[in-house]
Write a protein of this length. Structure first.
Length: 265
């Protein structure tokens, strides 16, 4: 999807239904953009398999992972590009199901980590994303408050995501932490492009991949000429929430425990 079309989509988000932007993608050999953002539900093996397939076919110069810190990614630099070797090498990674990404990691010529520290996340919660992000905060749009409607929607989403078990007045801080992560992932993508060339792939959750307020929005602020494509991956024929270049909705959902069970004890 070309940049001009991306701008039209972002401008139209308030007036057109999300369903208008859902397309099916089956042939990764047609991809010719600079950035491909591949969303996911983190524990869905079919989503990981689609990501690995896309990386093998597209052959990006680098793959940026939400799941890895820069230090963890650097430790994988010399690991043989073999899934079993990657599983063995990721035993100390903090992301709980990192072994599920072994095929994606094995297909990645250069592995880049974009995860932030817990200290940065806590600081964003209390002091705001812009202060933690640093000197380039204005270029990425972090110094501007969100529109009231978007702020309200995002706070409600955070309240739901935390099983309505945390005070609603804390959700503004949660939104700031999310903004920091989106902008930081965008910065990592730009650094990878500047260092290794294009294309670059970002592996991340659907919430970060959405074009209306996720990583693509920050990429467009910082580098408006980029050709960015963002894929959302749904489950059970249901698309993920948000706006994407297109969505893949055929994946089944794995058996899951109740994520809110911990709050009910």
């Amino acid at each position: 999807m070309r940049t001009s079309i991306t701008r039209i989509i972002l401008a139209a988000v308030a007036t057109l239904p999300t369903a208008a932007f859902l397309f099916a993608a089956t042939d990764w050999s047609d991809f010719s953009g600079e950035v491909l953002i591949m969303g996911e539900v983190h524990d869905n093996p079919q989503h990981h398999a689609e990501q690995a397939n896309a990386v093998r076919i597209i052959q990006p110069k680098a793959v940026v992972f939400e799941m890895l810190t820069p230090e963890e990614a650097q430790a994988l630099a010399e690991v043989p590009r073999d899934p079993d070797a990657m599983r063995d090498a990721t035993g100390s990674v903090q992301w709980s199901n990192i072994a599920d990404y072994a095929d994606v990691l094995a297909a990645s010529p250069v592995i880049v980590g974009a995860a932030l520290s817990r200290e940065d996340m806590r600081a964003a919660f209390s002091s705001g994303a812009a202060e933690v992000f640093g000197a380039e905060a204005e270029s990425y749009g972090l110094t501007q408050p969100l529109a009231e409607e978007e702020q309200a929607i995002r706070e409600l989403n955070q309240f739901d995501a935390h099983c309505e078990a945390m005070p609603q007045e804390m959700m503004g801080g949660m939104v700031e932490a999310q903004r920091l992560r989106d902008a930081a992932f965008a910065r990592s993508v730009i650094e990878a492009l500047d260092t290794y060339g294009s294309p670059v792939v970002l592996i991340t959750g659907n919430g970060h991949a959405r074009m209306d307020w996720g990583v693509p929005a920050y990429l467009m602020r910082a580098r408006p000429t980029f050709d960015v494509t963002s894929i959302g991956q749904g489950e059970r024929q249901e698309p993920p929430d948000g706006l994407f270049s297109w969505t893949l909705n055929g994946a089944a959902s794995p058996d899951r425990d109740d994520p809110c069970a911990v709050f009910k004890q």
